[in-house]
Design a protein around this ligand. Structure first.
Ligand code: CMC
Length: 432
């Protein structure tokens, strides 16, 4: 990274112009380094939503939103989806390089060894109402790991971190499956050594005492691809939450739990659930694609086309195109008529050709088609965001680790533009 070779000149109303360093990153993007701005001038910057703010240096993920490029550790998302499974991609994100055959075998074995949940933790699930949203259980269970595995609190980075990270990656899969079994009021299916990461998950979800789950290789492939698509996306809302909580010194499990809560929102990971609900609602009300598009455009309407638009992508989200292709692959083997899919395809066509969407560069994002695939795998709508969380976990972990090694290391603490009242006096209560 090039520091301080170029400078921008800032002219403030009440002082001489000052020189501000310009940083050029590895891809040639330029940033204005305002780290010393307040110390030197008394001014701060105003950037709600952090639309123009780089919050850290990071080497994990690269996005070019104009060109629709997404890379993890330098590898294109398409390359990873076609040539790796989720365990390899998790290893890549967390450790920085793809594993060789032996490293992958050992990692998968470690993941299987760590997949059980403490017996007392299992009883927690039973205390939740059956209709609880699974994301509330997932967030609570992941922070509960710090109670059941408290050694994270006195981290010896070298000895413990690798172990804790692997344990979390493994146990979150078990927690997600147990959350589903709790929703159904069914017995938990324990993880098994004989299965791969994806097979284990599907077996824990769908095996029943009366009907063994037959592993479907196409479903395992789809699950792997979907988890890879979700595995990281640089400084999005939930990852920023993870980093912010980590910056206060909170442990890994607590930081990840914050990420899960952030992901739950319908503008973020909750959009995959919202897409299906939008499509179902439209079908129930006899609305076609054009009606939905018109409804979105109505003045004063706060309704948004779910699964469309992105803060960074101003063209097709590359993940949406991979998801659409995957969906096609799954459907080729199962030609049943799916009204939701038909409506989704019509809706994409109607929206991308509509001026409102064209002017604002709104295209399908990752969530537009993934929900339909999750449904095909038998995963219920309210579990979709848990699936997103399971996929995003290695990314969150990688960012947590990167943050803990960041030499800048300051607690995240933005400033504000105060628009409240100036000083006033308390009036005694009997005179108010
Ligand atoms: N439908 C209709 N209009 C939209 C949409 C949409 N989905 N997204 C943005 N717009 C409009 C918005 O109303 C605004 O219009 P105007 O300039 O007239 O005020 C303009 O486009 C810019 O929108 P913005 O809210 O400033 O954009 P943002 O970068 O703050 O928001 C977003 C990004 C993803 C929150 C937003 O596009 C959105 O709410 N999309 C629907 C929810 C969704 O699909 N979320 C998943 C995102 S991808 C996965 C993830 O990150 O978790």
């Amino acid at each position: 990274m090039e520091f301080n070779k170029e400078f921008a000149t800032l002219t403030l109303p009440d002082r001489d112009p000052i020189q501000i360093p310009v940083i050029t990153d590895n891809m040639g993007e330029k940033s204005i380094d305002v780290r010393n701005l307040r110390k030197e001038t008394g001014y701060i910057t105003y950037d709600p939503g952090f639309v123009n703010t780089g919050s850290c240096n990071s080497s994990i993920c690269y996005i070019d939103g104009e060109k629709g490029i997404l890379r993890y550790r330098g590898y294109d998302i398409e390359d990873l989806v076609n040539n790796c499974d989720f365990v390899e991609v998790a290893y890549l994100l967390i450790k920085g390089e793809l594993p060789n055959y032996e490293e992958r075998r050992r990692y998968a074995e470690l993941l299987n060894r760590e997949s059980m949940l403490h017996y007392d933790m299992q009883s927690f699930f039973r205390r939740y109402p059956q209709d609880s949203h699974p994301m509330s259980i997932l967030a609570a269970m992941s922070v509960s790991l710090s109670a059941f595995y408290p050694e994270m609190d006195d981290i010896d980075p070298e000895a413990q971190i690798d172990f804790a990270v692997t344990r979390l990656l493994s146990k979150i899969r078990t927690i997600t499956a147990f959350t589903y079994r709790q929703m159904l009021g069914e017995e938990f299916v324990p993880p098994s050594f004989k299965y791969s990461y994806g097979e284990n998950f599907l077996n824990m979800m769908f095996k029943s005492p009366v009907n063994d789950y037959q592993i479907n290789p196409l479903h395992v492939k789809a699950l792997n691809q979907l988890l890879i698509l979700h595995a990281d996306h640089e400084q999005n809302c939930s990852t920023t939450a993870v980093r912010l909580i980590a910056s206060a010194g909170a442990n890994l499990y607590a930081s990840i739990s914050a990420g899960i809560c952030a992901l739950w929102g319908p503008k973020h990971g909750g959009a995959n659930q919202a897409v299906i609900e939008m499509l179902e609602n439209a079908i129930a009300n006899n609305m076609g694609a054009k009606d939905i598009v018109e409804q979105v455009k109505e003045r004063n309407n706060t309704f948004r086309l779910m699964g469309f638009g992105h803060r960074v992508y101003k063209t097709y989200d590359p993940r949406s195109m991979i998801a659409k292709r995957l969906l096609q692959e799954i459907l080729d083997l199962n030609t049943t008529h799916d009204p939701l899919l038909e409506l989704a395809l019509e809706l994409e066509e109607a929206a991308v050709n509509d001026d409102y969407f064209k002017e604002r560069n709104l295209y399908p994002n990752v969530d537009f088609y993934t929900g339909i695939i999750f449904r095909r795998l038998g995963i219920p709508t309210n579990m979709f965001t848990c699936m997103f969380a399971m996929g995003r976990l290695p990314g969150w972990i990688a960012h947590w680790l990167e943050w803990t090694n960041d030499p800048y290391g300051k607690i995240g603490r933005p400033r504000q533009i105060y628009d409240g009242l100036s000083l006033r006096k308390v009036i005694p209560i009997d005179e108010r």
